[in-house]
Design a protein around this ligand. Structure first.
Ligand code: KIV
Length: 282
């Protein structure tokens, strides 16, 4: 189908009969190649990098330089996917100048657009980024960069009043020019209201089936991360289990002397080996 551009993505709505958008996170070249060969429409180089790759407890620990490093690795794989670079915490909170410079760093690293978290209070920064010709994806609902303000990773907008506010936030992001919005950790009904209310696509994670697309974290869907499996994750493989078993087999073969075997080793020509034998190896 070819790589989707931000304008093409912005027109993709389920209510128009379009196929749901498929987004997955990836953080390196092999992950990008797998996502591309699997036919994902979008790769998000998410700040979930902090938790699933770098071992931190939350997403607040990654910097714009970390995000650029991994965005560049994904881009070098030349996936046939639209690459979204995630703006980490504090990359778009300080000043418009810093915000645009950080968004530009992600674009120069190989992203085709950037994503940032938050509703109406982010509008001024979103306007500046779009003004610099950089497409912006919004992200509302459960916003992991607000973990301390939210009091933990908790489902958001469970009350009618908050769901109405979510719809207002989505409308203002769409009005500001965002080309798509991630809806994370909200009830199905709230996600459905948002999806119906705006003309740009919603991409859900823990937001039910009424969104215009879905996103999952690479390590969750492949079963590489198995310490905590949120309710909304469907694991399509057990790569962690398969990897541990493979490593155990390797360790056992090394210990028993079964690895490496003759065919897995380099050999001298017989006459050279014979010469070493005649004159002593040392
Ligand atoms: O960083 C990330 O992986 C994300 C997704 C959960 C949408 O923002």
């Amino acid at each position: 189908m070819g790589k989707l551009t931000a304008p093409a993505i912005s027109a993709n709505k389920a209510r128009n009969g379009d196929d749901p958008l498929v987004m997955v996170t990836a953080y390196d070249a092999p992950g990008a190649r797998i996502a591309s060969e699997a036919g994902a429409d979008l790769i998000l180089v998410g700040d979930s990098l902090a938790m699933v790759v770098l071992g931190y407890d939350d997403t607040l620990q990654v910097t714009i330089d970390d995000m650029c490093h991994h965005t560049a690795a994904v881009a070098r794989a030349k996936p046939d996917c639209h690459i979204v670079g995630d703006m980490p915490w504090m990359a778009y909170h300080v000043s418009p100048e810093e915000t645009v410079a950080n968004a530009a760093k992600l674009m120069r690293a190989g992203a085709h657009s950037v994503k940032l978290e938050g509703g109406r209070k982010r509008l001024p920064m979103i306007a500046k980024i779009i003004d610099a010709e950089i497409p912006v994806m919004g992200h509302i609902g459960l916003t992991p960069q607000s973990i301390h303000a939210m009091g933990g990773f908790k489902v958001q907008c469970t009350q009618a009043e908050h769901a109405r506010k979510l719809v207002q936030a989505a409308k203002s992001l769409a009005h500001a020019g965002c080309f798509a919005i991630v809806l994370e950790g909200v009830p199905v009904r709230a996600a459905e209201m948002v999806t119906d209310a705006i003309d740009i696509p919603t991409i859900g994670i823990g937001a039910g089936s009424h969104c215009d697309g879905q996103v999952l974290v690479y390590h969750d869907l492949l079963g590489i991360e198995d310490r905590f499996v949120p309710k909304f994750v469907r694991r399509y493989a057990d790569i962690k289990g398969a990897s541990v078993n493979a490593m155990k087999a390797y360790a056992s073969d090394v210990r028993s002397g079964a690895f490496p075997n003759h065919d897995e080793s380099y050999h001298m020509a017989d006459e050279e080996a014979e010469e070493l034998h005649l004159y002593g190896a040392g």
